[in-house]
Design a protein around this ligand. Structure first.
Ligand code: SF4
Length: 459
């Protein structure tokens, strides 16, 4: 089926041909939305393919990648693409669908068919990498409740205090140990690939053809290699041809970095904002809402080439407060020319892991109360929109998304993990001097936790 036909009926995805993902630990994958444990690609000696040990060319020509391409051309879903498949089945827009639209002008299914043999190998030199997603290590200043040392260095100490000094990362046992500088670090798995010259030597060839780079961490606005990458692209005269996107917690906004961004063809910044005020401060600890909001509004005032959007991670702790977040979004005008048209800037992401923080963790009576609250809040947002076009667009985005959230919430029952949700919430409260029922009293009431009380331990 060609792209000109109905893309929603196709199961083809362009990413195994023209996209490359490098995880925080340097492992290669096709994209971040794969089921990561199933997306592991190994060389003949059984080693996981990693930027510190393997060339990109070997990964892109591996048996797993060839199989994935062959499956897509045969109209089959690869096992590692289960997340996209289930999202589409639930009526959500999947990463695959978003990327088909993004790349339609330069790479389509007919291009893929013309350059691919039946076994999924490239015919001739194959397709250059046009898009790159790099997780530049785990350096971060926050330890968000749903996060982990796999993504944030700030989580190492709390992990030791709560669960001890070991964790698994896709089959490898990682040990948290004191480093030479006295700070905690990891053994057996390293997140230092961006500081190695060999890593950049391996990426060098594709940086001359790249159209798009997505950068995350850790917190990319704190990571020096992000700044160096931009300097490299500017020095090679490529900045105006490349669009850079990133996810940031917006707790910092270095002015020299903003000035580099202005040289690029486009900058897309996804603000990781899960809630307003105390909801932000509770989940995205130890960030402060006034700082995050100030940086967000400062970036919004710049406009082109900075295209801004908000990506809340929808989870058990903020699902009740989504109407409040959409209400906040109604309070400002957008300067970004990309989004100021018919797209809204709320691009929520539904948390799937850890299970005890997903919206599927609640027992049925709590899910019923949440569904009632979320669906009835649309009326309040409608009243606030006062019939204005911007407000109506936000209400429409809210209504569509909440329908999908409610569907997702009921799709699976993970209430067997509800006790774990309460235990982890209580233990982190004690460790961080926070208090669930004071920070999120409305959710606490639904959960029948008394005001001022730390979550009950008897669950
Ligand atoms: S189908 Fe989804 S998970 Fe699979 S490669 Fe495409 S975007 Fe990634």
């Amino acid at each position: 089926m060609s792209l000109g036909q109905n893309v929603w009926m196709s199961t083809w995805c362009p990413l195994p041909w023209m996209f490359q993902y490098v995880r925080t630990n340097g492992d290669y994958r096709v994209c971040c939305h794969q089921v990561q444990a199933k997306g592991v690609v190994r060389s003949a000696d059984g080693a996981t393919m990693n930027i510190e040990t393997h060339d990109l060319h070997d990964f892109r020509n591996s048996a797993e990648l060839r199989k994935m391409r062959a499956q897509f051309l045969a109209g089959e879903w690869p096992e590692t693409c289960e997340n996209c498949r289930t999202e589409e089945a639930a009526g959500l827009t999947s990463r695959r669908q978003t990327d088909m639209r993004r790349w339609a002008a330069v790479f389509s299914e007919s291009h893929a068919r013309a350059m691919t043999a039946a076994d999924g190998s490239f015919i001739g030199s194959g397709q250059p990498v046009l898009g790159l997603d790099m997780r530049l290590g785990t350096k971060c200043n926050l330890k968000c409740r749903m996060c982990h040392p796999r993504s944030s260095s700030a989580w190492l100490g709390d992990h030791v205090a709560l669960w001890g000094s070991q964790y698994y990362e896709y089959g490898k046992l990682v040990e948290i140990v004191p480093g030479a500088d006295g700070q905690l670090t990891t053994q057996n798995v390293s997140y230092a690939w961006p500081s190695k010259q060999l890593s950049w030597d391996r990426l060098e060839a594709i940086l001359d053809e790249i159209h798009y780079i997505y950068i995350a961490g850790g917190e990319p606005l704190l990571i020096e290699e992000h700044f160096q990458l931009l300097d490299h692209l500017i020095a090679r005269g490529r900045a105006s041809e490349v669009r850079i996107e990133m996810a940031s917690n917006l707790t910092v906004l270095p002015q020299p970095l903003v000035e580099k961004w202005l040289e690029f063809g486009g900058i897309g910044l996804s603000a990781s904002i899960d809630g307003v005020g105390r909801v932000n401060d509770y989940i995205r600890y130890p960030s402060r809402w006034d700082v995050v909001e100030r940086n967000f509004l400062k970036l919004n005032s710049i406009g082109s080439p900075i295209d801004l959007w908000i990506q809340p991670t929808v989870q058990a702790l903020n699902v009740y407060y989504l109407p409040q977040l959409y209400e906040w979004r109604m309070g400002f005008e957008l300067k970004s020319p990309v989004r100021a048209g018919d797209k809204d800037i709320m691009v929520p992401h539904i948390l799937r892991d850890p299970k005890y923080y997903t919206v599927q963790v609640f027992p049925e009576p709590i899910k019923q109360k949440l569904e009632h609250h979320l669906t009835h809040s649309a009326r309040k947002l409608e009243a606030l929109s006062r019939g204005q076009a911007k407000g109506e667009r936000v209400v429409s985005a809210y209504t569509t998304f909440i329908k999908a959230v409610v569907e997702f919430m009921w799709a699976e029952d993970h209430s067997e993990q509800f006790g774990q949700f309460l235990r982890v919430t209580r233990d982190l409260d004690r460790l961080r001097g926070q208090n669930f029922s004071r920070a999120l009293p409305e959710l606490a009431e639904i959960l029948e936790v008394r005001p001022g009380e730390v979550v009950a331990s008897e669950y």
